[in-house]
Design a protein around this ligand. Structure first.
Ligand SMILES: Nc1ncnc2c1ncn2[C@@H]1O[C@H](COP(=O)(O)OP(=O)(O)OP(=O)(O)O)[C@@H](O)[C@H]1O
Ligand SMILES: [Mg+2]
Length: 216
């Protein structure tokens, strides 16, 4: 099973993925956590270019090509082999992030993003996508507080620096995607405590896993 976590900056993806991974491991299920852009040495190098604040002149089409290249490497070298061996793969962002950021907010359009995916990555889509949805003000406040508390210069903050309207478009793009593919998406309200959100996430995932077991 291939599960992706999506949502605006600071909605809690990384927090929830680690809580879910711990819960699945407790239940004796093999799972593997990874992220995009990244997940391979080449992908992590691309991530450095993609997110670095110094690269604020990057064209949306350059962004699309970079993340698509990283994704092609990630899918073939990491995700597919793990899925084949029966491991549950948890991925922090995937194609829907590219649709929301480059397709909707940066204006390339959903079709260009999906066509690039089909051309260069292939047909692999998530079995389940958990969209952590919260108002932009809450997500941005959380990520600012996280960056402040970590006390270090955050180079990977190129998108966090975008204006409010950009993030509103990202959020709307995600919600649109969820409306287009209701069977794949689960929208998880992400304003509550990490524990409450985790219970919702774990409930959705375990229900799907049980559904899969019955289907076999
Ligand atoms: N439900 C929550 N309530 C309050 N704070 C939270 C909640 N979930 C996560 N946080 C905190 O908010 C910050 C952002 O969370 P996290 O890093 O998990 O978000 P993210 O979606 O992965 O962000 P990014 O898009 O920047 O990677 C962290 O400091 C985290 O501890
Ligand atoms: Mg994160």
């Amino acid at each position: 099973m291939f599960i992706t976590f999506e949502g605006i900056e600071g909605c809690g993806k990384t927090t929830q993925i680690s809580l879910l991974a711990a819960e699945l491991s407790r239940q004796g299920l093999a799972c593997f956590t990874t992220r995009e852009p990244g997940g391979t040495a080449i992908g992590e190098a691309i991530r450095g270019i993609f997110l670095h604040c110094a690269n604020d002149d990057m064209l949306p089409v350059t962004e699309l090509l970079l993340v698509t290249a990283a994704r092609a490497q990630h899918v073939e070298r990491v995700i597919k082999p793990r899925l084949r061996s029966g491991t549950i793969v948890l991925c922090d962002r995937y194609i829907d992030a590219t649709v929301a950021y480059q397709g909707y907010a940066a204006g390339l359009g959903r079709d260009m993003v999906m066509s690039s995916h089909e051309l260069f990555v292939g047909t692999l889509m998530p079995d389940l996508t958990l969209l952590l949805d919260c108002p932009v003000a809450i997500g941005l406040a959380r990520s600012r507080e996280r960056n402040r508390a970590s006390g270090k210069d955050v180079d990977e903050g190129r998108f966090e620096e975008r204006d409010y309207a950009f993030h509103e478009q990202v959020r709307a793009g995600y919600l649109d995607q969820a409306r287009l593919e209701p069977a794949r998406f689960e929208i998880i309200p992400a304003e509550g405590t990490p524990g409450d959100i985790h219970r919702h996430v774990a409930g959705s995932v375990l229900r799907r896993l049980q559904g899969d077991a019955h289907a076999v």
